[in-house]
Write a protein that binds this ligand. Structure first.
Ligand SMILES: *Cc1c(COP(=O)(O)O)cnc(C)c1O
Length: 363
């Protein structure tokens, strides 16, 4: 028996829509599923505009372009996240400024952000790490005071709420990924959400090779081909329609871990009162100075057929971003954290096996 860390949940509905798209020959980026997926996702996020694209990384790139961010601008990015946010800032020609995350909730620490604002700062990328919303209110206030844009990288938090509001609907722009291990997936895929019609217009223009929407082959800016295909969108539409099931399974799994892993020398990702997290990945953080390192924990679980993942490396540890400062909270979390199996298809028996293994290893 091997228990995977994440596995897509694909049903007959996805198969039906994808088959329909393929049978009609609508396999490229024109076709009705693209618009249906975008509309369904906008509704799901409770936001006026949702624009599909190839993946979560280009969603971030397009968000920056949509906001007019480029050379000479600085963008604040959390030191603990997937590398895509920092890379997208570089792709846009801007400068990455890292800030540490908050020890209580693992999102950007507003105090650390404040300390890094300069006259060149144009935006903050708030990441909803592992499915738990960042503390948006203080970030939005800080941004308003300094006239900065806020981009929410909600790749890991599809469906999460912050003080009742869907992530992706709070900042000026939200970005999502539908990579194979994300809660809703299209294999590879992404989405940009916004309430700002001008940002939406720019994003659509740049993702489609800068083509004037009113005139074919009339390219008015140097754009990109960042389009999602109708086949991927067909799968995405089914996933959004099944979001209730997928998110319900995530909550069931998280509740089982919370219940089953009490009283051990470790903790799970904190759940703050203002958050409705979606537990994209269940996170185990080992006590520092405890009996085991995170790496050893992963080895012992692997011996029992249980696949896990280490936490992300701090962005500042990667070769391209070295020298960008020291970030003690990000560094400590990265050193001590392990992602447990969290796929929506995890069966109750598999979940019990993971909990029993962790308990045995830690007691
Ligand atoms: C997955 C992910 C992305 C990027 O997604 P891709 O679709 O793989 O490009 C961006 N940010 C975070 C936090 C992610 O987890």
């Amino acid at each position: 028996m091997r228990i995977p860390v994440a596995e897509p949940d694909i049903s007959e509905l996805e198969l039906e829509y994808v088959t329909d798209a393929v049978k009609r020959g609508e396999v490229s980026s024109t076709g009705p599923y693209v618009e249906r997926f975008e509309r369904a996702f906008a509704e799901f996020c409770e936001v006026p505009h949702a624009i599909s694209c190839m993946n979560g990384t280009v969603a971030l790139h397009l968000a920056l372009i949509g906001l007019g961010i480029g050379p000479g601008d600085e963008v604040i990015v959390p030191a603990l996240t997937y590398v895509a946010a920092a890379n997208a800032v570089i792709h846009a020609g801007a400068t990455v400024v890292l800030a540490d995350v908050h020890p209580d909730h693992w999102g950007l620490d507003p105090e650390q952000v404040r300390a890094r604002i300069t006259p060149r700062t144009r935006a903050i990328i708030a990441v909803h790490l592992y499915g738990h919303p960042a503390d948006m209110d203080p970030l939005m206030e800080l941004a308003a005071r300094h006239r900065l844009a806020v981009i929410e990288d909600a790749a890991e938090a599809q469906g999460a709420r912050y003080r009742g509001r869907r992530v992706g609907s709070i900042g000026q722009v939200g970005t999502f990924s539908f990579f194979g291990n994300k809660t809703m997936t299209t294999g590879e895929g992404g989405m940009i959400t916004t309430a700002d019609p001008e940002v939406a217009r720019r994003v659509r223009l740049y993702k489609n090779q800068g083509n004037d929407p009113a005139r074919r082959y009339w390219h008015i800016v140097i754009g990109y081909n960042y389009r999602l295909t109708n086949v991927q969108a067909a799968m995405g539409l089914a996933q959004v329609q099944r979001a209730g099931t997928l998110l319900g399974d995530k909550l069931r799994i998280a509740a089982a871990y919370r219940e089953g892993l009490q009283g051990l020398p470790c903790r799970l990702q904190p759940h703050l009162s203002w958050a409705d997290p979606v537990y994209w990945m269940n996170c185990l953080v080992l006590d520092e100075g405890g009996p085991l390192s995170a790496a050893r924990m992963q080895e012992l679980l692997a011996e029992r057929g249980i696949e896990t993942r280490p936490f992300f490396q701090p962005v500042s540890a990667l070769p391209m971003y070295q020298g960008s400062g020291s970030f003690p909270v990000a560094e400590r979390l990265s050193r001590t954290g392990v992602n447990l199996p969290s796929g929506p298809r995890l069966a109750p028996g598999q979940l019990e096996a993971v909990i029993a293994a962790v308990r045995t290893i830690l007691t």
